[in-house]
Design a protein. Sequence first.
Length: 203
Amino acid sequence: MPNAFAYSSPLMGRYVAVTEGMLRIARGEELEAVIGHELGHHKHRDNAVILVFGMIPSVIYFLGRFLMYAGLSTRYYYTDGDRERSESGGLVMALAGVALMAASILIQLGVLALSRLREFYADAHGAKVTSPQAMARALEELDSYYARSRHARAVVKDSKLKMLFIYALADPFVSLEELLSTHPPIRKRIAFLMSLSGCEIEA
């Protein structure tokens, strides 16, 4: 299956992985652009940025969940004389927990938007290494491959590691699907690359 991704470890260093499938469909400048895209992720420290920001909604969610359950169970730890006060305090705590859990969802959407923005930066770096046209052709080859292969689409759709795919199934005309994706739709990425033609690229 055609794919490429950047990964890093504080102990092992930074790497770019390119699958045999990608080597088959992208050659010459297109392959250089794909590798340039992944090197752009390393240059911009995207792995670290998304890892740090991605932890924030999780921490807030579990804090909210703790407060919610703590608030709901508060009344069981007070005497009858303090029950009314404990129940009102517990309700406030539970509502605060629910609010934090809801906020974590909104923050997660923000993290996904940040991830999509970083993909545009990486595309710009791939275009800088070669040209906007070469990067766009590589994306078009990917789009064509996944359009032909139902199995490949199913693998990407069901994968728990969608962030490691250079391709996303998000439909540019389905806003909710795009909001929940780590990558922008291919058509938007190609349009962005075409807007860079003839420009001096800073990436």
